[in-house]
Design a binder for this molecule. Structure first.
Ligand SMILES: *Cc1c(COP(=O)(O)O)cnc(C)c1O
Length: 490
């Protein structure tokens, strides 16, 4: 044999030489993380990330090995304490989920199995399919609809809009948008999430092809303006293809009049897609079920399970009513991905026929386990609780002369600010921004912010199963304290 010198003496692997040490480390990590989650309330919501730790994370790539105990010690020193904080009971920034202990464990099991859940005859494919079926049932979508689990609502919206575009532009996969005899246009309210606009860019519609329709004083799309825009475009030779409705806008939680959108889409033969990232789950709650029932009539829906279903990141879902249109948009069968009648390559339709990604993790497991652990009724109660907390916070704001609501509470989002009659808008904007930064820096609470009609708003978005009513009293009390402090010592 030639060249044997170039082979290594022993077989190499990434598995531990000493499984016992790894096992002990694993037990330690599980114990530490259970303690961490159990006692998260006693921690500050956020800590400033120190310069030493930032420097620590600017090292050159290591060429040699390091002991796992010391790696774990570094994690505990430089990473764990300086996390974003969204598992904390007083975190209400952006729209961020909180996760659960069993969800953590499920992710560990999924990582240990490490299946690539894209094709083949194996259980994870069926768990994935089961979870998609559950999403359909949760949204009261027909059994004939199709769906795919994706990373989050950005990907879920993009996936749906590819289907919508190709449904209207049947040759788009082959010939691109050059096959369309005119410029395509889509419609959504001015309050629509930026990821929908990005999706329009990605699918070749371009930002100029997106008509951002003005909203009413309730931040819902203005139906008359929408109709006018569609008719104007048709008269000018554009090709309208899709309306994106909101079931819970990111700024204020507004729900568009989805029944009215359905009628318009029927009238002009347009695809109706709903961005229901978090708001679609308010369907569980009787007070919202009626308003959100029309989601069932949409051609596609994007939802996020890592928001109001409290799953660990990342998991979202696209549902499409016309399964054939969905498959037509993504189907591909290269030689290396063929289905067989038997063996490992048999089984369910390949998931890559329903989306952009090929390799996919086993994110379905945490969803499957969590929904079984709690049952849907528990989620209903929690969503209801979060909505009640938002209305309570709105009442607290109204009870204090120093505070002002900047839009009516309609679901789980509260936008308010500290006010002082002597100050002009610009100064109030600065003051409220300072309040938000201090609330975070002092580790009290993490709201985020938005701007509504030129006014800076402290924005509280509640998709947190750990928050209690008293946490919102703390937020309001501390907002007023910091506001008054800033007024006296600017
Ligand atoms: C969060 C959100 C998105 C984006 O979802 P990701 O999971 O962050 O990709 C889209 N639309 C709305 C209404 C959202 O709240």
């Amino acid at each position: 044999m030639q060249n044997t010198e170039s082979f290594l003496e022993e077989d190499q692997t990434l598995d531990p030489q000493d499984w016992n040490t790894m096992r002990q480390m694993g037990h330690q990590m599980v114990d530490d993380m259970m303690d961490y989650m159990q006692h998260i309330r006693e921690q500050p919501v956020w800590r400033k990330f120190p310069d030493v730790s930032k420097q620590f994370l600017q090292q050159d790539v290591p060429h040699g090995p390091q002991n796992i105990n010391s790696i774990y010690a570094e994690f505990k020193e430089h990473i764990l304490p300086y996390t974003k904080g969204n598992i904390h009971p007083r975190f209400w920034a952006w729209v961020q989920g909180t996760g659960t202990p069993l969800g953590v464990m499920a992710d560990m099991l999924a990582s240990a199995m490490n299946p690539n859940v894209t094709l083949g005859e194996h259980a994870p494919m069926y768990v994935d399919k089961q979870v998609v079926e559950w999403c359909k049932q949760i949204m009261h979508y027909p059994a004939t609809a199709s769906g795919i689990l994706v990373s989050g609502a950005s990907m879920a919206n993009t996936t749906a809009l590819v289907v919508a575009r190709n449904y209207q532009a049947a040759d788009a996969r082959k010939k691109g948008l050059a096959s369309v005899p005119g410029k395509m246009a889509m419609y959504c309210s001015a309050e629509t999430h930026s990821c929908v606009i990005k999706a329009a860019e990605v699918i070749g519609i371009g930002t100029e092809g997106v008509r951002k329709i003005a909203v009413t004083d309730k931040y819902e799309v203005d139906i008359n303006l929408l109709k006018d825009a569609i008719e104007k475009d048709m008269a000018e030779g554009y090709i309208p293809f899709c309306v994106v409705g909101n079931a819970g806008t990111v700024n204020t939680g507004a729900i568009d009049d989805i029944s009215a959108l359905r009628k318009i889409c029927d009238q002009y033969n347009l695809w109706l897609h709903i961005d229901g990232a978090f708001g679609a789950f308010a369907k569980f709650v009787p007070a919202y079920a009626e308003r959100l029932k029309a989601i069932e009539e949409a051609d596609s829906i994007a939802i996020d399970l890592h928001k109001w279903m409290y799953m660990p990141y990342e998991v979202g879902c696209t549902l499409v009513k016309n399964a054939e249109a969905h498959r037509n948009a993504f189907y591909s069968a290269p030689n290396y991905l063929l289905n067989h009648e038997r063996g490992l390559a048999a089984g369910l339709d390949s998931i890559q026929n329903y989306g952009i990604e090929l390799s996919r993790g086993f994110k379905a497991l945490k969803v499957w386990m969590s929904i079984k652990e709690h049952g849907l009724e528990k989620y209903r109660a929690l969503i209801q609780q979060n909505i009640a907390q938002a209305f309570y916070t709105g009442e607290l704001v109204n009870q204090h002369a120093e505070l002002e609501l900047l839009c009516p509470v309609s679901m789980n989002i509260v936008c308010y600010r500290f006010v002082a009659s002597s100050l002009p808008t610009e100064k109030l904007n600065e003051l409220n921004k300072e309040i938000v930064m201090r609330l975070q820096e002092e580790g009290i609470a993490s709201p985020s912010s938005t701007v509504l009609n030129g006014r800076y708003a402290i924005r509280v978005a509640i998709v947190n199963h750990r928050s209690r009513m008293e946490d919102f009293e703390v937020l309001i009390r501390e907002t007023i304290r910091i506001g008054n402090t800033l007024l006296t010592n600017p």
